[in-house]
Design a protein around this ligand. Structure first.
Ligand code: PAF
Length: 284
Protein backbone atom coordinates (compact mmCIF):
# COMPACT_ATOMS: atom_id res chain seq x y z
CA UNK A 1 0.00 0.00 0.00
CA UNK A 2 1.36 3.42 -0.96
CA UNK A 3 1.06 6.19 1.60
CA UNK A 4 0.98 9.58 -0.10
CA UNK A 5 0.88 12.97 1.63
CA UNK A 6 1.16 15.34 -1.33
CA UNK A 7 -1.76 16.28 -3.59
CA UNK A 8 0.34 16.55 -6.72
CA UNK A 9 1.76 13.07 -6.17
CA UNK A 10 -1.59 11.34 -5.60
CA UNK A 11 -3.11 13.17 -8.57
CA UNK A 12 -0.36 11.75 -10.80
CA UNK A 13 -0.74 8.25 -9.33
CA UNK A 14 -4.54 8.24 -9.82
CA UNK A 15 -4.20 9.61 -13.35
CA UNK A 16 -1.80 6.76 -14.24
CA UNK A 17 -4.31 4.23 -12.88
CA UNK A 18 -7.16 5.78 -14.86
CA UNK A 19 -5.07 5.82 -18.03
CA UNK A 20 -4.36 2.12 -17.47
CA UNK A 21 -8.14 1.58 -17.54
CA UNK A 22 -8.54 0.92 -13.81
CA UNK A 23 -11.77 1.65 -11.92
CA UNK A 24 -10.96 3.76 -8.85
CA UNK A 25 -12.91 3.79 -5.58
CA UNK A 26 -12.38 6.38 -2.87
CA UNK A 27 -13.27 5.98 0.81
CA UNK A 28 -12.90 9.36 2.54
CA UNK A 29 -12.33 9.01 6.29
CA UNK A 30 -11.13 10.89 9.35
CA UNK A 31 -9.27 7.80 10.56
CA UNK A 32 -9.36 5.93 13.89
CA UNK A 33 -10.71 2.91 12.05
CA UNK A 34 -13.32 0.51 13.36
CA UNK A 35 -14.94 -2.41 11.52
CA UNK A 36 -17.46 -0.01 9.92
CA UNK A 37 -14.64 1.82 8.11
CA UNK A 38 -13.00 -1.45 7.08
CA UNK A 39 -16.31 -2.69 5.69
CA UNK A 40 -16.54 0.44 3.47
CA UNK A 41 -13.05 -0.38 2.19
CA UNK A 42 -14.03 -4.01 1.51
CA UNK A 43 -17.06 -2.83 -0.48
CA UNK A 44 -14.81 -0.44 -2.41
CA UNK A 45 -12.42 -3.32 -3.10
CA UNK A 46 -15.20 -5.52 -4.46
CA UNK A 47 -16.35 -2.77 -6.82
CA UNK A 48 -13.11 -1.31 -8.13
CA UNK A 49 -9.64 -2.20 -9.37
CA UNK A 50 -7.88 0.22 -7.03
CA UNK A 51 -8.98 1.50 -3.62
CA UNK A 52 -7.86 4.87 -2.32
CA UNK A 53 -8.61 5.97 1.21
CA UNK A 54 -8.07 9.39 2.69
CA UNK A 55 -7.25 9.87 6.34
CA UNK A 56 -7.74 13.52 7.20
CA UNK A 57 -9.31 15.02 10.33
CA UNK A 58 -10.86 17.97 8.57
CA UNK A 59 -10.74 21.07 10.79
CA UNK A 60 -13.32 23.01 8.77
CA UNK A 61 -16.17 20.66 9.70
CA UNK A 62 -15.68 21.14 13.46
CA UNK A 63 -17.24 24.09 15.28
CA UNK A 64 -15.10 26.17 17.66
CA UNK A 65 -16.46 24.35 20.73
CA UNK A 66 -16.27 20.89 19.14
CA UNK A 67 -13.73 18.09 19.50
CA UNK A 68 -11.25 18.73 16.64
CA UNK A 69 -8.17 18.70 18.88
CA UNK A 70 -9.39 15.74 20.94
CA UNK A 71 -10.69 13.72 17.96
CA UNK A 72 -9.08 10.26 18.28
CA UNK A 73 -6.17 9.62 15.93
CA UNK A 74 -4.08 6.49 15.27
CA UNK A 75 -2.28 6.89 11.94
CA UNK A 76 0.03 3.90 12.40
CA UNK A 77 -2.79 1.53 13.45
CA UNK A 78 -5.05 2.83 10.67
CA UNK A 79 -2.43 2.27 7.96
CA UNK A 80 -1.85 -1.31 9.18
CA UNK A 81 -5.61 -2.03 9.15
CA UNK A 82 -6.10 -0.50 5.69
CA UNK A 83 -3.16 -2.45 4.28
CA UNK A 84 -4.63 -5.64 5.72
CA UNK A 85 -7.94 -5.02 3.96
CA UNK A 86 -6.12 -4.57 0.66
CA UNK A 87 -6.28 -0.79 0.20
CA UNK A 88 -3.93 0.33 -2.58
CA UNK A 89 -3.29 3.97 -1.69
CA UNK A 90 -3.71 5.90 1.56
CA UNK A 91 -3.81 9.67 1.13
CA UNK A 92 -2.74 11.33 4.38
CA UNK A 93 -2.39 15.07 3.75
CA UNK A 94 -1.55 17.68 6.36
CA UNK A 95 -3.95 20.54 7.09
CA UNK A 96 -1.53 22.89 5.27
CA UNK A 97 -1.54 20.66 2.21
CA UNK A 98 -5.36 20.73 2.03
CA UNK A 99 -5.83 24.35 3.11
CA UNK A 100 -2.75 26.33 2.10
CA UNK A 101 -2.52 29.98 3.08
CA UNK A 102 -5.00 32.05 1.11
CA UNK A 103 -7.48 29.19 0.63
CA UNK A 104 -10.91 30.78 0.24
CA UNK A 105 -13.27 28.58 -1.77
CA UNK A 106 -16.15 26.69 -0.19
CA UNK A 107 -18.91 24.39 -1.43
CA UNK A 108 -22.20 24.73 0.39
CA UNK A 109 -25.72 23.46 -0.15
CA UNK A 110 -29.01 25.19 0.47
CA UNK A 111 -31.99 23.71 2.21
CA UNK A 112 -30.71 20.18 2.82
CA UNK A 113 -28.29 21.47 5.41
CA UNK A 114 -30.99 23.40 7.30
CA UNK A 115 -32.17 20.23 9.02
CA UNK A 116 -30.96 17.65 11.54
CA UNK A 117 -27.23 18.05 12.32
CA UNK A 118 -27.05 21.15 10.12
CA UNK A 119 -29.11 23.03 12.74
CA UNK A 120 -27.02 22.12 15.75
CA UNK A 121 -23.65 22.19 13.93
CA UNK A 122 -23.64 25.41 11.87
CA UNK A 123 -20.94 25.33 9.19
CA UNK A 124 -20.38 21.59 9.60
CA UNK A 125 -21.74 20.53 6.22
CA UNK A 126 -19.97 23.33 4.38
CA UNK A 127 -16.74 21.90 5.82
CA UNK A 128 -17.75 18.38 4.76
CA UNK A 129 -18.81 19.27 1.20
CA UNK A 130 -15.75 21.45 0.64
CA UNK A 131 -13.31 18.76 1.75
CA UNK A 132 -15.15 15.97 -0.08
CA UNK A 133 -15.29 18.06 -3.28
CA UNK A 134 -11.53 18.59 -2.94
CA UNK A 135 -10.93 14.87 -2.39
CA UNK A 136 -13.10 14.05 -5.41
CA UNK A 137 -11.12 16.50 -7.55
CA UNK A 138 -7.83 15.15 -6.24
CA UNK A 139 -8.51 11.42 -6.74
CA UNK A 140 -11.18 11.67 -9.49
CA UNK A 141 -12.62 8.30 -8.42
CA UNK A 142 -15.30 6.47 -10.37
CA UNK A 143 -17.09 5.68 -7.12
CA UNK A 144 -16.95 6.82 -3.52
CA UNK A 145 -18.22 4.87 -0.51
CA UNK A 146 -19.81 6.38 2.62
CA UNK A 147 -21.67 4.98 5.63
CA UNK A 148 -25.37 5.58 6.19
CA UNK A 149 -24.87 6.30 9.89
CA UNK A 150 -24.47 9.93 8.95
CA UNK A 151 -27.51 9.81 6.72
CA UNK A 152 -27.60 13.57 6.20
CA UNK A 153 -23.95 13.60 5.11
CA UNK A 154 -24.69 10.91 2.53
CA UNK A 155 -27.76 12.83 1.30
CA UNK A 156 -25.83 16.09 1.09
CA UNK A 157 -22.87 14.53 -0.78
CA UNK A 158 -25.21 12.73 -3.19
CA UNK A 159 -26.93 16.05 -3.92
CA UNK A 160 -23.64 17.90 -4.35
CA UNK A 161 -22.48 15.29 -6.87
CA UNK A 162 -25.76 15.60 -8.78
CA UNK A 163 -25.95 19.40 -8.70
CA UNK A 164 -22.30 19.90 -9.68
CA UNK A 165 -22.40 17.13 -12.33
CA UNK A 166 -19.52 15.25 -10.75
CA UNK A 167 -19.16 11.98 -12.64
CA UNK A 168 -18.90 9.86 -9.49
CA UNK A 169 -21.16 7.10 -8.19
CA UNK A 170 -21.89 7.67 -4.50
CA UNK A 171 -22.42 4.36 -2.68
CA UNK A 172 -24.08 4.36 0.76
CA UNK A 173 -23.56 1.37 3.04
CA UNK A 174 -25.71 0.30 6.02
CA UNK A 175 -24.57 1.25 9.51
CA UNK A 176 -22.15 -1.22 11.05
CA UNK A 177 -23.04 -2.08 14.65
CA UNK A 178 -21.47 -3.60 17.74
CA UNK A 179 -23.02 -6.97 18.73
CA UNK A 180 -25.31 -5.17 21.22
CA UNK A 181 -26.58 -2.75 18.55
CA UNK A 182 -24.54 0.39 19.21
CA UNK A 183 -23.64 2.02 15.89
CA UNK A 184 -19.87 1.94 15.41
CA UNK A 185 -18.29 5.37 15.70
CA UNK A 186 -14.80 6.63 16.41
CA UNK A 187 -16.43 8.79 19.11
CA UNK A 188 -17.62 5.70 21.07
CA UNK A 189 -14.12 5.69 22.51
CA UNK A 190 -15.05 8.79 24.58
CA UNK A 191 -17.78 6.89 26.50
CA UNK A 192 -17.28 5.77 30.11
CA UNK A 193 -18.60 2.32 31.10
CA UNK A 194 -21.90 3.74 32.38
CA UNK A 195 -22.29 5.99 29.33
CA UNK A 196 -21.59 3.06 27.00
CA UNK A 197 -24.62 1.29 28.55
CA UNK A 198 -26.78 4.38 28.15
CA UNK A 199 -25.68 4.78 24.53
CA UNK A 200 -27.75 1.69 23.73
CA UNK A 201 -30.76 4.00 24.15
CA UNK A 202 -30.29 5.16 20.55
CA UNK A 203 -30.72 1.77 18.91
CA UNK A 204 -33.37 0.69 21.43
CA UNK A 205 -35.46 3.75 20.62
CA UNK A 206 -35.11 3.15 16.87
CA UNK A 207 -36.18 -0.48 17.35
CA UNK A 208 -39.18 0.75 19.32
CA UNK A 209 -40.12 3.11 16.46
CA UNK A 210 -39.72 0.30 13.98
CA UNK A 211 -42.00 -1.95 16.07
CA UNK A 212 -44.64 0.81 16.30
CA UNK A 213 -44.48 1.24 12.54
CA UNK A 214 -44.83 -2.51 11.95
CA UNK A 215 -47.93 -2.52 14.18
CA UNK A 216 -49.49 0.17 11.98
CA UNK A 217 -48.60 3.45 13.73
CA UNK A 218 -48.30 6.25 11.17
CA UNK A 219 -48.46 9.34 13.39
CA UNK A 220 -45.01 10.99 13.46
CA UNK A 221 -45.66 12.85 16.73
CA UNK A 222 -46.57 9.66 18.59
CA UNK A 223 -43.51 7.82 17.26
CA UNK A 224 -41.26 10.77 18.10
CA UNK A 225 -42.65 11.01 21.66
CA UNK A 226 -42.05 7.29 22.27
CA UNK A 227 -38.50 7.53 20.92
CA UNK A 228 -37.75 10.54 23.15
CA UNK A 229 -39.21 8.82 26.21
CA UNK A 230 -37.06 5.71 25.63
CA UNK A 231 -33.90 7.78 25.22
CA UNK A 232 -34.52 9.89 28.30
CA UNK A 233 -35.26 6.82 30.43
CA UNK A 234 -31.50 6.11 30.18
CA UNK A 235 -29.16 8.09 32.48
CA UNK A 236 -26.61 10.56 31.08
CA UNK A 237 -28.68 11.24 27.94
CA UNK A 238 -29.67 14.61 26.52
CA UNK A 239 -31.55 14.83 23.23
CA UNK A 240 -30.18 17.14 20.54
CA UNK A 241 -32.90 16.15 18.06
CA UNK A 242 -35.28 13.37 17.14
CA UNK A 243 -36.63 13.88 13.64
CA UNK A 244 -39.18 11.98 11.60
CA UNK A 245 -38.67 13.13 8.04
CA UNK A 246 -38.60 12.49 4.32
CA UNK A 247 -35.29 10.71 3.52
CA UNK A 248 -34.73 12.72 0.33
CA UNK A 249 -35.70 16.27 1.31
CA UNK A 250 -35.14 15.79 5.08
CA UNK A 251 -38.35 17.83 5.64
CA UNK A 252 -40.37 16.78 8.72
CA UNK A 253 -43.45 14.66 8.08
CA UNK A 254 -46.62 14.54 10.17
CA UNK A 255 -47.91 11.25 8.80
CA UNK A 256 -45.76 8.37 7.59
CA UNK A 257 -46.92 7.63 4.07
CA UNK A 258 -43.86 6.46 2.10
CA UNK A 259 -40.33 5.65 3.12
CA UNK A 260 -39.51 7.69 6.23
CA UNK A 261 -36.29 8.46 8.08
CA UNK A 262 -36.04 8.60 11.85
CA UNK A 263 -32.81 10.35 12.69
CA UNK A 264 -31.49 11.24 16.10
CA UNK A 265 -28.60 12.96 17.79
CA UNK A 266 -28.15 12.40 21.50
CA UNK A 267 -25.53 13.57 23.94
CA UNK A 268 -24.44 10.73 26.20
CA UNK A 269 -22.39 12.48 28.84
CA UNK A 270 -20.30 14.86 26.76
CA UNK A 271 -20.29 12.63 23.66
CA UNK A 272 -22.66 13.47 20.82
CA UNK A 273 -23.85 10.32 19.03
CA UNK A 274 -26.06 9.97 15.96
CA UNK A 275 -28.10 7.08 14.59
CA UNK A 276 -31.03 6.57 12.24
CA UNK A 277 -33.29 4.05 10.60
CA UNK A 278 -35.52 3.97 7.56
CA UNK A 279 -39.12 2.90 8.05
CA UNK A 280 -41.25 1.62 5.21
CA UNK A 281 -38.29 0.26 3.26
CA UNK A 282 -36.52 -3.09 2.92
CA UNK A 283 -33.39 -1.64 4.51
CA UNK A 284 -34.85 -0.55 7.84
O1 PAF B 1 -17.63 10.99 7.67
C1 PAF B 1 -16.46 11.42 7.80
O2 PAF B 1 -15.57 10.78 8.35
C2 PAF B 1 -16.12 12.81 7.30
O3 PAF B 1 -17.21 13.67 7.46
C3 PAF B 1 -15.61 12.85 5.85
C4 PAF B 1 -16.66 12.37 4.87
C5 PAF B 1 -14.37 11.98 5.72
C6 PAF B 1 -15.23 14.27 5.46
O4 PAF B 1 -14.23 14.79 6.28
Amino acid sequence: MDVIEKIEQIQRRCEDLRLAGKILALVPTMGFFHEGHLELMRVAKRNADAVIISIFVNPTQFGPSEDFAAYPRDMEGDLAKAKNVGVDIAFTPSVKEMYPEGFQTTVSLGNLTNHLCGLSRPGHFQGVTTVVAKLFNIAKPHLAVFGQKDFQQLTVITKMVKDLNMDIQVVGMPTYREPDGLAMSSRNTYLSGAERKSALALKKSLDLASGMYDRGERDAARIKAAVEETILSHPHTEIDYVTVCDPVTLEDVETLTGETLIALAVRVGKTRLIDNCLLGSDSK
